[in-house]
Design a protein around this ligand. Structure first.
Ligand code: OOG
Ligand code: NI
Length: 487
C-alpha cells in the first residue's frame, strides 16, 4: 500500500490492528494499573534505545502495537466461533497447550498471524483456552457448569451475521460494518462486574477450581490480561517494584543476563480483587438496592514480556532439560535456594552467541541475500557440488545476511506459573516452573482440531517453514539449487 492510501476496511491485518487498539483502550479504562505498566514499558524502552543511540522510530513498526491477551471459554461452540472471529482478523491457531499437565481442566491454542508479512504489521496473539467439562471431578459441579454455559450468548446475533457475511464475501462489506464488527467483538472481551449466578453457586464452582468459576459465572469471556512487549524486562520489573505495583517476585523463563535472548521472559503484577454483584438465590440480578449480593473475584492481572529468538526442537529440548535441572536443584532446598543463581548456572550450558546457536541448529534464522549480491557473486570455489553451496560459506563471504526469527508463542509452564500466582494464595514463584514436558497429548489435540475444523500446526514447524522460505528465496536470487545449512 502506498503512503496516503486508505487500507481496505475489511483487510484482515487492518481489522486486527483496529481491534487490538480498541481492546487496549478498553482495558486501560478497566484496569488502571495496565496504564501504569504501559507507561513503565515506554519509559524503559526509551532509555534502552537512547543508550544505544536510537529512538522508538528506529524499531520495527510491530513493536509499538505488540500485545498478547488471554481468554478462557466455556464450550466447544464458543471456541469454534472465536476461531472464526480470529480468522477474520488474520489470526490462526498455532501450537497446542494442554493445561491439564498443571492441573487445570483446560486446553487451548494461541491464535495469531502466521505469515511473515502479517506478523511484521502486527503480531497480536491471544492465548485461548476452553473448559473441558469432563475433567471436572464432581458430577454436580459439572452439571451446574454445563447448564449455566448452555444459556450464555457470547456472540450477539449481529456479530454472527457480520461474521457469516465476512466469510462469504468480505469485499462487499462497508466501513460502517467493519466498525460494527469491532464494537460487537469487543463485547466478548469486556469485564462485567456482575455475575450471572448466585454467590453460593460461584463458591461451589470456585471450590472445584477457580478457573471453572472464572469461566462459568460471568456473562462475557473477559480478557484476563493484555501484555505489552518490552526491550528490558529486568528494568521493568525493578521499576514496577519502585513504583509500588504489586509485582510478582521473579521473572519466568530463561535467566537474565544473556547476550542472545531466546524464547520468552515474563513477569506480572498480581490479580485485582474485583467487586462483583451476584444474583440472588432465585437467580435474579435486579433485586434493587439492598437486595444485591456483593462479593469479590480475582481474575485480571498485568503482565509484561520480553521476546527472544525462536528455538528449534533441539534448542527447545535443551531449554527444557536445563530448566528441569535447575528446578530439581531448587526442590532439594526450596527454602534457601536462590533460584535465579541456580538458573543462570544451569544455563551456562546454553550457547550465548548467534554463530554457535546457528551452527548447532538451536535457533531459527531468517536469511537474506546481501544488497548487491547476485548469482554472479557465487564463484566456483564456493560450490560444494554442481549448484549447491554451504550457508556458512555464503555468510562468511558476506553474500547472505541473517537474523534470528522472533519467538511468537507461549511457554505453557510460565503461563501456569503466572496464573497460579494470580489465583489468590500461592503468591511468589511458580510451583510448576520447569515441570518436564509431558508426552504429546494427542487425544486432546485431535479433539480441539476437530472442533476448530482445522489442523493446529506446531509452533516449531511454523518457524521451520519461515526459515525454509527465506533459504528458498536466497537460492532463487543466487541461482542455486541448494543451500546447505550447517546442521
Ligand atoms: C492464560 C495465560 C497464558 C501467557 O502469557 O503465557 C498467557 C490464562 O491466564 O488464561 O497468557
Ligand atoms: Ni500472558
Amino acid at each position: 500500500m502506498s503512503v496516503g492510501e486508505t487500507p481496505a476496511p475489511w483487510g484482515a491485518d487492518h481489522l486486527r490492528t483496529r481491534f487490538v487498539k480498541a481492546l487496549s483502550d478498553m482495558y486501560r479504562a478497566e484496569v488502571p494499573l495496565y496504564d501504569k505498566l504501559v507507561d513503565i514499558v515506554q519509559a524503559v524502552d526509551d532509555s534502552v534505545l537512547a543508550a544505544q543511540g536510537h529512538s522508538v522510530a528506529d524499531l520495527p513498526v510491530r513493536h509499538r502495537l505488540e500485545r498478547h491477551g488471554a481468554i478462557r471459554l466455556g464450550t466447544a461452540e464458543e471456541m469454534r466461533m472465536i476461531g472464526r472471529l480470529f480468522g477474520i482478523m488474520g489470526m490462526y491457531p498455532a501450537g497446542y497447550y494442554d493445561l491439564q499437565i498443571v492441573g487445570f481442566p483446560l486446553h487451548g491454542t494461541a491464535f495469531r498471524p502466521t505469515s511473515e508479512e502479517s506478523l511484521g504489521k502486527n503480531p497480536f496473539r491471544v492465548f485461548t483456552t476452553v473448559l473441558r467439562a469432563h475433567l471436572i471431578s464432581s458430577d454436580l459441579v459439572r452439571k451446574t457448569a454445563s447448564g449455566i454455559l448452555s444459556t450464555r450468548t457470547l456472540f450477539s446475533p449481529r456479530l454472527r451475521n457480520l461474521m457469516d457475511r465476512a466469510e462469504a464475501d468480505r469485499d462487499s462489506m462497508t466501513a460502517e460494518e467493519a466498525d460494527e464488527l469491532i464494537a460487537e467483538a469487543l463485547k466478548i472481551f469486556k469485564w462485567h462486574s456482575r455475575s450471572t449466578v448466585p454467590l453460593k453457586t460461584y463458591l461451589s464452582l470456585k471450590n472445584e477450581h477457580p478457573m471453572v468459576a472464572d469461566i462459568v459465572c460471568f456473562p462475557s469471556a473477559h480478557i484476563n490480561h493484555l501484555t505489552p512487549r518490552t526491550l528490558d524486562i529486568d528494568a521493568v520489573q525493578l521499576e514496577m517494584i519502585r513504583r509500588g505495583l504489586p509485582a510478582k517476585e521473579c521473572i519466568e523463563g530463561p535467566p537474565s543476563g544473556r547476550k542472545c535472548e531466546i524464547l520468552l521472559r515474563q513477569t506480572s503484577f498480581k490479580a485485582l480483587e474485583e467487586q462483583v454483584v451476584f444474583a440472588d438465590d432465585s437467580g435474579n440480578l435486579d433485586g434493587g438496592e439492598g437486595c444485591t449480593v456483593k462479593g469479590t473475584h480475582t481474575a485480571r492481572f498485568g503482565e509484561v514480556e520480553q521476546r527472544g529468538a525462536a528455538v528449534t526442537r533441539k534448542g527447545r529440548n535443551l531449554y527444557d532439560r536445563l530448566l528441569a535441572s535447575a528446578v530439581a536443584i531448587r526442590n532439594q532446598n526450596p527454602e534457601t535456594c536462590n533460584f535465579d543463581d541456580v538458573l543462570a548456572k544451569a544455563f551456562s550450558a546454553y550457547p550465548d552467541d548467534w554463530t554457535t546457536l546457528r551452527r548447532e541448529g538451536l535457533v531459527f534464522f531468517r536469511y537474506k541475500v546481501a544488497p548487491g549480491a547476485s548469482s554472479a557473486s557465487v564463484t566456483d570455489d564456493l560450490l560444494l557440488s554442481a549448484r549447491s553451496v554451504s550457508m556458512e560459506d555464503l555468510l562468511e563471504r558476506g553474500l547472505v545476511q541473517c537474523e534470528p526469527i522472533t519467538y511468537e508463542d507461549f511457554l505453557p509452564f510460565s503461563a501456569a506459573g503466572i496464573f497460579t500466582s494470580n489465583l489468590g494464595g500461592s503468591g511468589g514463584s511458580s510451583p510448576t516452573r520447569g515441570t518436564p514436558e509431558a508426552e504429546e497429548p494427542l487425544d486432546g489435540r485431535r479433539e480441539l482440531e476437530g472442533l476448530l475444523g482445522s489442523a493446529i500446526p506446531s509452533e516449531i514447524d511454523l518457524y521451520h517453514d519461515l526459515q525454509s522460505a527465506s533459504v528458498g528465496e536466497c537460492e532463487k536470487v543466487l541461482g542455486l539449487e541448494q543451500i546447505v545449512l550447517a546442521h
